[in-house]
Design a protein. Sequence first.
Length: 274
Amino acid sequence: MIWFSILAIFILGLVVGSFITSYTHRVVRGKSVSKGRSLCPHCKNKISWYDNIPIVSYILLGGKCRKCNKKISLRYPLIELSTAALFTLIASYSNFCLSNVQGVSLYSSVLCFWHDSLGVLALPYFLFITISLIAIFVTDIENQIIPDFLSYSLFVFTFLMLIIASPEDLYIRIFTGFALSLSFLLLYLITLGRGMGLGDVKLVIFAGILLGWKLSLVWVFVSFVIGAIVGVILIAASKAKFGKQIAFGPFLIASFFLVIFLGDCLLTKLFPFF
């Protein structure tokens, strides 16, 4: 039964990932996701439903368009597989929280806190977060755009979930989220937008609310470390230059998932005095 559930959530992730590939391609171009079938970017022919099955069609077609025989971008299977993998991890951790086992390496206090507080609402909530963050990751890394709709949706849903989960922590978590946003806004102003974008300023609010102040510190610290490492690598590979803006959203999102799964371990190692 457990393996069937894992397979089902993995397949769901593939399907949702396919939707994200379409959404992220269209939203930055002002196109509606609900109108029109997907087109081959090369020959502009409509893609048949049997050529649009997540991962399966890509493998069967050898990564090429059936009509023009040109290569299909790897962005499609990568987004689909990433979504499916994160869906599976989130669902697995949710099942793990049911056992209420603490003091072991797999235990995640932030996931289990929300799971224990929200019950059946926890899994849909974290899957919604996953969908939104993957979409933001893609639009930011490809176009340096973080859609306001996604940032605001994350904030609104997290605020509503907090009222249900832990109303006694409402003020301190809201303060954490907006304090993070203010810090990022100051960094944006100081660097004249080169070190931080306004989209990042809006994005961090929901995460501050969700993580709480201790794990928020870990999250921001790890984000800057990852950003610095990737920045050095890109400069060394002549893919970026000093002073040139690099999308920071992907580092925030990568770090967020690290903290979601490994936050307690990172907190102990990085800030042992807490």
